[in-house]
Design a protein around this ligand. Sequence first.
Ligand code: SER
Length: 327
Amino acid sequence: MGNIEKRKVLITGSLGQIGSELAGALCERYGGDNIVTTDIREDENGCLACAERFEKLDVLSIEDFNRVVSENDIDVIYHLAALLSAVAESSPQKAWQINMEGLFNALEVSRENGCSLFVPSSIGAFGPDTPLDDTPQDTIMRPHSMYGVTKVSGELLCDYYNLRFGVDTRGVRYPGIISNVTLPGGGTTDYSVEIFYRAILDGRYTCYLNPDTSLDMMYMPDAIKAAIDLMEIDPGVLRHRNAFNVTAMHFTPEMIAAEIRKFIPGFEITYENDPVRQAIADSWPNNMDDSAARDEWGWLPEYGIEEMTRDMLEVLGAKAEKGELKI
Ligand code: SER
């Protein structure tokens, strides 16, 4: 058994879109007895049963956060508890509190307990002044959304804790994540998941973004791989830390609808624009350059738009046949 298997890992926001699948992948990799899952909600449906321990944890309580980490002798924290872009825009004060105070607590707890810390940043860290095509790793970042403000501030704070206190902070700028287990909640890119559910259940979807809005996307298996690979790499090879551009594909609503039609020929998409989410999407990259992640730690996604679409429709279609597909 190498060092990797011996890691004790804690996840915050474990019941969220990424957390629920990351927990399963980490249990498989390091063993369920090495994984502590936490969330502000109870795990009522036993979604996180693979992990030996689940703790109800509000990341805004630094005492509780510290207790769970020190009691369990944690080596690595995946700090996923945060509000997404659209919901953050409807409650900016709350978003600052959860995204920034929660992160501050995660950093302090990591500093005190000597933990490595993974913090997801986002395409939301960019803004309208950023070059929107082939968005470079290092470029102008002046987001206009509260979500973006917390993501850029978070990246800076993570770098600060690394430089000032030597905390091993690492992160990626995730694009929209497409998954077939847990629905995303309150993001601008959520349409890219909803469209699959609606295509199967109703054969039609009304999209809140314009047909030609291009955004970076990634299928969940690649998002999980990015998080695990980045945390397992020898930090000596990293020139950047917080946070790496990573992407797997980019498409518009029109393009993904055409892809779905290859499997469901009668699928119809209509458009009813939501100005808040459209403005956010328009200020985000059309497609990011993720060569720094590829060069520094070997990032390489497995799923493009075709492979992802086929797999989504297969998995969700099987659920629908059993009467288990709900949105
Ligand atoms: N999927 C996220 C959102 O839409 C982007 O980080 O908020």
